[in-house]
Design a protein around this ligand. Structure first.
Ligand SMILES: O=P(O)(O)OC[C@H]1O[C@](O)(CO)[C@@H](O)[C@@H]1O
Length: 522
């Protein structure tokens, strides 16, 4: 592996010149990639990829509503959901902005009425909201709701995603059905987990509420199906097929977030996303944060061959960010063929995983520091927390975040380890053995994203940053980042298996599946 800090030109490892040159500042955030092995020549080569693959052209095709999701023949226009302009974005010659804003205005009116108790349940103002959805209809709103806890001033918002009855039962336990609003969030309104949970939630309400459907709202593109479920059109918030599930938190799927934090703060979230859109569209590649985040990731995955990437937010409220990014990255770029359907001749997107710091330090960082496979780490931390009375905690959080990237970069060599062991009283073979265990190879790559504070605006910037990173990676790989055919086969087989789980003949199944069924059917 190339040495980190090659050509740093600064004062020692990670010197000043390198830190300034190998970082991007935008929208009051700082993305630092000086602790990677990328040198100016490598960066030039990476930047060439951007030109060769016509990123600028592909990006404009997305923002101007071309049908770039070719296998589904759809435009990809989630940025329109956070665009404050009331006109100017077209799909097939049709301006879509009026409809986007009309829906946003309706969502806001609904959220204000629910929060003020003007729209209420049979037993009075809503105290609780239960959002039922899965995948993109869950991960974004869950992540954002947790992230923005300091801004919560509405009803309590809960999320049910798993078809495991435990999720619904544990969530509903203790809630008052007469003061609970249920939101069914499903783009297609056919997802079996969501529809099963929605029906069970309706049964939970039946008997205690005269008209359970009146305490339901729906977020969906399939407005015909929401009607069949019995949800009044005034409580249905629709969106177009050009909003992909994992990109949908900015529109109606974000309604539970809006209920929790209020319309004004939700607008700030949208405005953060829009600011990142403008930066992505306008900044030259080397100063473009999503572009450089993507290129650094591709360097690690494609060039260095590191199979995974860890997302390590030093921000407890970003607890669900790694799960959110898992879907964003892995559902978007986990593909095996190019846009044209030819076999991909490089590896597709990496495995994304992670946990907030400092918790992860006491769990899996051992492997990151001393395991044999390097794991590129993506650290994130805010300049400021929200608990002034606990400012010392935040200082400790920052110190830990910086210490980890420093330890990964510098490591500890054998001589230093030996000296430590000598000081601890070891000698001879015992000293050698003990010292070997205390060596840190160092030279392990990491990046750090710094931001002022996790406000709605900044969260919007961060989420749009990652969305565009995925887009850039997809363009360079030459794949379609906006379909997800890989989830279909399992869904089809589950539908066919259900009757067999319930006792039907399973002789058509393979021997392994039959044996598992035999056990489970008792
Ligand atoms: O919103 P829906 O239609 O219920 O889909 C939920 C999720 O299911 C998927 O289609 C994949 O299973 C995701 O892409 C999507 O976010």
């Amino acid at each position: 592996m190339a040495q980190l800090f090659e050509g740093s030109g600064g004062s020692g490892a990670g010197g000043d010149a390198r830190a300034g040159d190998f970082s991007v500042r935008a929208l009051d955030m700082l993305f630092d990639y000086s602790k990677t092995a990328i040198d100016p020549a490598a960066r030039d080569l990476l930047l060439e990829l951007v030109a060769v693959h016509d990123l600028a052209g592909r990006r404009e095709a997305m923002f101007t509503g071309e049908r770039i999701n070719r296998t589904e023949d759809r435009a990809v226009l989630h940025p329109a959901l956070r665009n404050p302009d009331r006109e100017g974005v077209q799909v097939d010659g049709q301006d879509v902005m009026a409809e986007v804003h009309e829906t946003l205005d309706r969502m806001e009116a609904f959220a204000r009425d629910v929060r003020a108790g003007r729209i209420a349940g049979q037993g009075g103002a809503y105290t609780d909201v239960v959002n039922i959805g899965i995948g993109g209809s869950d991960l974004g709103p869950v992540m954002a709701t947790l992230a923005l806890a300091p801004y919560h001033d509405g009803p309590r918002v809960h999320y049910v995603s798993n078809v495991d009855g435990a999720h619904l039962a544990d969530t509903l336990r203790g809630l008052d059905p007469t003061r609970t609003l249920v939101i069914v969030a499903s783009k297609t309104f056919t997802t079996i987990e969501t529809m099963t949970n929605a029906r069970s939630a309706r049964e939970w309400m039946a008997g205690k509420v005269d008209d359970p459907a009146s305490q339901f709202a729906a977020l969906s593109s399939a407005t015909d199906k929401t009607g069949e479920f019995g949800i009044d059109p005034s409580r249905v918030f629709g969106f177009e097929d050009w909003v992909g599930g994992r990109y949908s938190v900015w529109g109606p799927i974000g309604l539970p977030v809006m209920l929790a934090i209020g319309p004004q703060d939700f607008r700030a979230f949208l405005s953060g996303g829009h600011a990142m859109d403008r930066h992505f569209r306008e900044a030259p590649a080397k100063d473009n944060m999503p572009v450089m985040l993507a290129l650094v990731g591709m360097w690690h995955h494609q060039v260095m061959g590191y199979p995974t990437r860890a997302v390590l937010p030093y921000e407890q409220r970003l607890l669900r960010l790694p799960a959110y990014l898992q879907q964003l990255e892995m559902e978007s770029n986990g593909k095996r063929v190019t846009m044209e359907g030819a076999a991909l001749d490089m590896v597709s997107g990496p495995v994304v995983w992670g946990e907030p710091g400092t918790n992860g330090q006491h769990a899996f960082y051992q492997l990151i520091h001393q395991g044999t496979t390097p794991v590129p780490c993506e650290f994130m931390v805010a300049r400021k927390g929200f608990e002034p009375e606990l400012a010392n905690h935040h200082d400790l959080l920052i110190a830990n975040c910086l210490a980890q990237s420093e330890a990964l970069m510098l490591g500890r060599d054998l001589d230093t380890a030996r000296a430590l062991m000598r000081k601890a009283g070891h000698e001879g073979a015992a000293l050698e053995m003990q010292a070997a265990h205390r060596v840190f190879p160092g030279n392990r790559p990491s990046t750090t994203l710094l931001y002022p504070q996790l406000t709605p605006q900044v969260l919007g910037q961060i989420i749009a940053l990652y969305e565009h990173r995925v887009f850039v990676e997809g363009v360079i790989l030459g794949i379609n980042s906006f379909d997800q055919w890989g989830v279909e086969l399992g869904k089809e087989l589950a539908t066919a298996l259900l009757p067999m789980v319930e006792g039907a003949d399973a002789s058509s199944k393979d021997g392994s599946t039959r044996a598992l069924l035999d056990y489970l059917r008792g």
